[in-house]
Design a protein around this ligand. Structure first.
Ligand code: NAD
Length: 287
């Protein structure tokens, strides 16, 4: 198959879609970047801010014209969107996505298409922020960040190379991973930490008399809980989409926390010092 990359359509013009569009435009990598969003105000704003060249009114016409379609909507909105755009995709239209979970999006594609198109390259940029919406779009969001591509057996290797090169042109480092492995890894390194931050802040905040304690929060608390300001809908979707891997991580973490609790309760210094020392060495090793 011969592909071209002149016209890019970004569907979902929020933080990630907007940043992808803005990054392409800043580097003059394609001829035209158009944008579509359920919330047309986001697109109007995107046009005003120069994030996109063109606001799309007819989704199907825009898909039919696009050489590459980037799906940057919440993960649970992907299936409906794939269904909506499927009739307009040409055999050479590259389709990729930015969803934070991969197995559910691939399963959605399997339900929507009789055979997953060879041009479908599932992906996930490991870059983001607690902000959402097109006003938060940042043309350099992906610079020196990883992007994980999770091609399926049906995916054309040439399509993978083109999508990988596009991300590399935006400054990203591209890796490939099995979709299942991606979801396991991200459950541990991203989804669980977000849950811990949400849970800690909620636990402290939901009792009126405790709210006062945030006034005394120092840097460590702010660093640790920064991600609790992330978008609730996005995280609701991620928890449901990556249920099994996340439950596994929560169980392992709960056991770890119980070990700590027990060691504090029984004044078991050896266990406490062992856990803290191992964690410190591991943290120094990977940072
Ligand atoms: P966002 O809330 O900033 O933007 C999502 C946009 O999608 C919104 O403007 C919304 O109106 C639009 N939308 C929702 N359903 C739609 C539909 N059916 N058709 C068209 N538009 C629709 O969210 P975001 O942070 O940009 O996240 C987008 C995707 O990227 C999600 O799948 C998320 O999991 C993934 N992601 C997010 C981050 C992050 O840190 N925010 C990082 C990596 C990947």
């Amino acid at each position: 198959m011969k592909y071209s990359l002149n016209k890019v359509l970004v569907i979902g013009l929020g933080l990630i879609g907007g940043s992808f569009a803005k990054a392409l435009k800043k580097r003059h990598l394609v001829d035209e970047v158009s944008g579509y969003d359920l919330n047309s105000a986001e697109c109007e704003l995107g046009l005003q801010l120069g994030v996109i060249d063109k606001q799309v009114t007819s989704l199907l016409d825009a898909v039919a014209e696009a050489d590459l379609v980037m799906l940057a909507v919440p993960v649970k909105a992907m299936e409906q969107l794939l269904e909506a755009i499927a009739p307009a995709l040409r055999p050479d239209t590259l389709v990729t996505d930015a969803g934070s979970t991969k197995m559910n999006i691939i399963a959605a594609a399997q339900r929507v298409f009789p055979t997953i198109p060879a041009t479908f390259v599932p992906g996930h940029p490991i870059a983001g922020a607690e902000k959402s919406g097109v006003t938060a779009a940042n043309a350099d969001l992906f610079v020196r960040h990883k992007v994980i591509l999770t091609p399926v057996p049906e995916t054309d290797p040439l399509a993978v190379s083109l999508v990988a090169e596009l991300w590399q042109s935006l400054g990203a480092e591209v890796l490939q991973m099995e979709p299942h492995r991606h979801d396991e890894v991200l459950a541990a390194t991203s989804h669980l930490p977000h849950l811990l931050a949400f849970s800690l802040v909620d636990t402290l905040a939901h009792e009126e008399e405790k709210k006062d304690i945030f006034r005394y929060a120092a840097g460590g608390f702010r660093d640790f809980t920064r991600i609790a300001a992330s978008d609730p809908v996005m995280w609701h979707d991620i928890c449901q989409a990556n249920r099994d891997a996340l439950l596994d991580q929560i169980d392992q973490f709960t056991m770890g926390l119980s070990r700590l609790r027990q060691a504090i309760d029984t004044e078991d210094s050896q266990t406490l010092l062992g856990i803290f020392t191992r964690a410190r060495i591991a943290r120094e090793y990977f940072s």
